[in-house]
Design a protein around this ligand. Structure first.
Ligand code: BGC
Length: 381
């Protein structure tokens, strides 16, 4: 019974918080008031021995209703955003869209603070502590190291600030803790297994005769990985190759190097790998920045994508899409920064308004080849 009262009142609280900023405030207020009345009358039905605790719950929730209504104005709310590294191409698209979307939803630009972790966890942890001290209403965090998530969560939860993780998924044990403790913590991202599978399928769809350039029955490939601590890098590495094997293709890994998501690093690695292994047929890169670096080295080595080598990335950066259209990149996978930034902002707004979120909020990748690259380019511009 107590649960029922509380949940009815939560509905009332939500209605009140949603009306803030709406023009039809009086109608919505009436609805909220009648929902509250229903809740109170439900409370009256409560058996005598639970009456006291129910009354407490009613009082507490009534306070929440008032708070939510008063605080429903997003323009006065403060958001702290921690990005693992500003120089990351994909995270730059993500953070710009995140800021624009937060503003479009009613936050004031002055109350959105986005900081650069400079790829250093100690720096980022310090930034999180500063946000806690200065008193933000919600934090959106792209951790430098996903393995530091438990420490970050403990800090933020102790300060009673809701937390939305983005892009770098904490491990399953960490996510389980949020559930077990009913914490206002969630993760927004895409399942990197899908992006890896799509990379492999782009190659498989070309047909084995075309890809097995030396006709030895195996596909000779090199793999350029992102940060190995990042689950996106691990899954893309594993599932891209798995898609070839699932199609019954034999594979031969000539080199597997860590490019840390970075174009210049990948350029150097691929230059070395191609000179050591001119028999390379496919270059898999965990992201487009590294694929762009790979392409520079492929061209310097006098090779031609689509003719004597194949190259795939992930993200669908505009530059990579232009390459797919031109045929200088075989394909990429659209990592939807619109959907992810909007979902993370929406989750933050739910928390700020006193609501809850699913612990995992996902999105789909999109396979990109010369057939749909122009369409994706038009949609991201
Ligand atoms: C993107 C990479 C980016 C990384 C940052 C990945 O999802 O594909 O381009 O560097 O996230 O964590």
């Amino acid at each position: 019974m107590k649960k029922k009262v509380v949940s009815l009142l939560t509905v009332a609280a939500l209605s009140m918080s949603m009306l803030a900023g709406c023009s039809s405030a009086s109608d919505t207020a009436k609805e909220a008031a009648s929902t509250a009345e229903e809740a109170v009358s439900t409370a009256e039905e409560t058996a005598a021995d639970t009456a006291e605790s129910v009354a407490d719950a009613v009082e507490e929730t009534a306070e929440e209703v008032t708070d939510a209504a008063a605080g429903g104005d997003l323009a006065s709310k403060k958001v702290g955003v921690c990005i693992y590294q500003f120089s990351d191409n994909f995270m730059t698209l993500f953070r710009n869209e995140l800021e624009n979307y937060l503003v479009s939803q009613g936050f004031s630009k002055d109350n959105i603070t986005i900081v650069d972790g400079a790829n250093d966890q100690a720096t980022q942890t310090n930034q999180i502590q500063n946000f806690i001290t200065s008193g933000v209403d919600v934090l959106i965090i792209n951790p430098v190291n996903s393995s530091s998530a438990a420490t970050i969560t403990d800090l933020v939860v102790a300060a009673n600030i809701p937390l939305v993780y983005i892009n770098r998924e904490p491990d399953a044990d960490e996510e389980q803790r949020w559930k077990d403790n009913n914490w206002n913590v969630c993760y927004v991202g895409c399942d990197a297994r899908q992006s890896g599978t799509y990379q492999g399928e782009i190659i498989v769809d070309l047909g084995k005769d075309k890809v097995d350039l030396n006709g030895d029955g195996k596909i000779q490939y090199i793999m350029i990985e992102g940060d190995p601590e990042n689950v996106d890098a691990q899954y893309r590495t594993e599932f891209s190759v798995k898609a070839l094997q699932d199609a019954g293709w034999e594979v031969d890994c000539l080199d597997d190097e860590v490019g840390n998501w970075d174009q210049a690093t990948a350029q150097q690695l691929v230059a070395n790998a191609l000179s050591a292994h001119p028999e390379t047929e496919v270059v898999f890169c965990n992201n487009d920045a590294m694929a762009l670096g790979a392409l520079q080295s492929i061209e310097s080595a006098g090779r031609t994508v689509g003719t004597d080598i194949y190259l795939v990335g992930v993200d669908a950066l505009s530059e990579a899409l232009e390459d797919v259209i031109a045929g200088t990149m075989t394909g990429t996978v659209f990592n939807d920064h619109f959907s992810q930034s909007h979902s993370s902002a929406d989750a933050a707004i739910n928390f700020v308004n006193g609501g809850t979120n699913d612990y995992y909020i996902g999105c789909d990748y999109v396979k990109v080849t010369s057939e749909n690259a122009q369409q994706i380019l038009d949609s991201v511009k």
